[in-house]
Design a protein. Structure first.
Lengths: 204, 370
């Protein structure tokens, strides 16, 4: 992957199995987020292909892949609409997918991330860790087959990170695969395996 | 999971209103800006239109919408006259205030001053109505029984005659039915004797006064009205340059007529500013599968609501303050003001959400925008 004259990733190749959780590690600026963005169809690679179920996919198919429940994201920055309730923030993913936001579906997603009873709270009144868990609930409520998480604990303290990590693994209890970019050793240890950017490159 | 069609317009409308209600302070601010800008545009143009209406009345009183028709003397036609019947028939056409003929009949003399030559003219009552600039005068004179004359004010003053006097003209007695008080449209009648209702079928001049809005079309059509009898000369009684007023040009060129544009751009700019602070929200919607076109519709519905409620607020405020006497907005200019509001609101609804199209495609980065 090139940005102008800078090559960030070169000849990277790896596969992710059904239900597998993989941590992508590496120093800052090594291209972890770029790799997630490419695999998660947020970025078009300057060379190479991404395959889903053996078929090539591109960012042009991003929306249809979101809407058919193939992929979902959790980002480092906690993105919620602060002026809306927790329920509305989670329901957003369902509404966008054309699914009626039933209360039990949303309550169950929130319960899975430890936020039972938070439905009517305004998002702006939540702490950073709680907000991140709302984002995880929103990403998981559509039951995606593949969940991307870009440093989801990057801005959180140790105990909050633990809660968020548990929420992430709970959220994919339906069998979702997960690719997670992280610096956090605790996150790495919680995954089935880890891939260092240099390690990936070396495999070429 | 049962997935139906994603984000129908109704759903986007609900989402837009939920966002507006949730961020009520932002919404309130935008509504206040929208209503304020709309009210400013309405009051500015309302006042300009009221001033122009007054200018139009002054223009009409001065004869700005009066033309005279006379046979083209150089045409070589034997009659060199206009048909009285055709001239009077114009009076029953929509957009024509009055139409009547006048014919100069030469010099006549009063029995009380046989040495003073006086110009005499035969006119229709409608002609006097045009000269005076006062509607309804023709009715008064037409209903007078017997032989009557009207006198120019200078003549009446010179000989000490008043309405109701009897005068002897060339051995015939006439009653002075009227002393012309207002002849600003025909100052030459100052010392004329005017025989009312004695105009001949072939007249020298046809006088026509139009309603202001019918003037431009009427002026160009009237030439064809008399064309069968030969070419005619159409003369404006008073040119705008002479009167120093041209209401039609002033109406078309008034800067306040574009106040809707200024108001619309103010509200649009405010919307752009709020959208700038909602970049991460836009990215968030996209990460859950909302397309840019759906986002555009949602923000357009928000902008449309802001514009509509603001416009209604502006109209209500202007109406209420007019009732209270703070503004003097004439109800007859309502359609123009309605156009102002509609055009301004449409500008806001169309241009307000455009920054959505300029939002970045790199969602991960846009999510970090605050």
């Amino acid at each position: 992957m090139k940005f102008g004259n800078t090559t960030v990733l070169d000849q990277v190749s790896f596969a992710l199995s059904d239900g597998e959780s993989v941590a992508v590690t590496g120093p800052s600026g090594s291209g972890k987020s770029t790799l997630l963005s490419i695999v998660g169809l947020l970025l078009q690679p300057t060379a190479g292909v991404v395959k889903f179920d053996g078929r090539q996919v591109t960012p042009k198919q991003r929306r249809s892949r979101i809407l058919d429940g193939s992929i979902s994201w959790v980002f480092q920055t906690t993105n919620c609409i602060g002026s809306r309730s927790v329920f509305d923030n989670v329901a957003l993913a369902l509404r966008a997918s054309g699914v009626r936001p039933q209360a039990e579906l949303i309550e169950s997603a929130l319960a899975a991330v430890g936020l039972r009873g938070f439905e009517n709270r305004m998002a702006r009144t939540l702490s950073g860790g709680e907000l991140q868990r709302v984002c995880i609930a929103r990403a998981a409520v559509t039951r995606p087959r593949l969940l991307f998480a870009d440093e989801p604990t990057g801005q959180l303290d140790r105990s909050t990170s633990e809660a968020v990590l548990e929420a992430l693994h709970q959220a994919r209890s339906s069998g979702a695969s997960m690719l997670i970019a992280t610096h956090d050793q605790m996150v790495v240890e919680s995954c089935d395996r880890s891939l260092g950017i240099e390690e990936i490159t070396r495999r070429l | 999971m049962n997935r139906s069609r994603t984000w129908r317009v109704l759903d986007l409308g609900r989402e837009a209103t939920k966002n507006m209600a949730a961020s009520w302070l932002r919404t309130l601010l935008l509504l206040a800006i929208s209503a304020g800008a709309g009210a400013y545009a309405l009051v500015a143009d309302g006042n300009a239109l009221r001033d122009l209406a007054e200018a139009q009345q002054r223009f009409a009183r001065a004869g700005g919408y009066v033309v005279t028709i006379q046979a083209d003397q150089s045409s070589g036609f034997a009659t060199a006259s206009v048909e009285r019947g055709k001239c009077l028939a114009l009076g029953s056409i929509d957009g024509v205030v009055s139409a009547g003929t006048s014919t100069t009949t030469g010099v006549t003399r009063l029995a009380r001053a046989p040495s003073v030559p006086i110009q005499s003219v035969e006119v229709d009552p409608e002609t006097l109505a045009i000269w005076s600039g006062r509607y309804g005068l023709n009715q008064t004179i037409a209903s007078e029984p017997g032989a009557v004359v009207a006198l120019g004010p200078g003549l009446a003053s010179d000989f000490g005659m008043i309405e109701g006097d009897e005068v002897s003209i060339t051995e015939q007695r006439f009653r002075v039915a009227h002393v012309l008080q207002e002849i600003s449209r025909n100052p030459r009648a100052e010392r004329w004797i005017v025989f009312v209702g004695r105009a001949s079928d072939d007249a020298q001049q046809c006088w026509i006064e139009f309603e202001p809005q019918a003037f431009p079309a009427g002026e160009s059509l009237v030439r064809g009205w008399f064309a069968s009898a030969g070419p005619v000369t159409v003369t404006r009684l008073a040119e705008p340059a002479v009167l120093g007023i041209d209401p039609a040009k002033q109406l078309a060129g008034r800067p306040e007529g574009r106040a809707w544009m200024a108001a619309g751009l103010v509200v649009t700019g405010s919307l752009w500013l709020t959208i700038w602070f909602r970049r991460s929200e836009m990215a968030l919607y996209q990460t859950v599968g909302t397309s840019k076109s759906q986002l555009l519709i949602m923000y357009q519905l928000e902008a449309g609501l802001v514009a509509l409620v603001g416009a209604l607020g502006a109209a209500t405020w202007v109406f209420a303050t007019s009732l209270a006497g703070v503004n003097q907005i004439d109800s007859q200019i309502g359609p123009i003001l309605l156009w102002q509001l509609t055009a301004g609101a449409a500008t806001v609804a169309l241009l307000g959400p455009l920054p959505v199209l300029l939002s970045r495609d790199r969602l991960a980065e846009q999510l970090k925008d605050r």
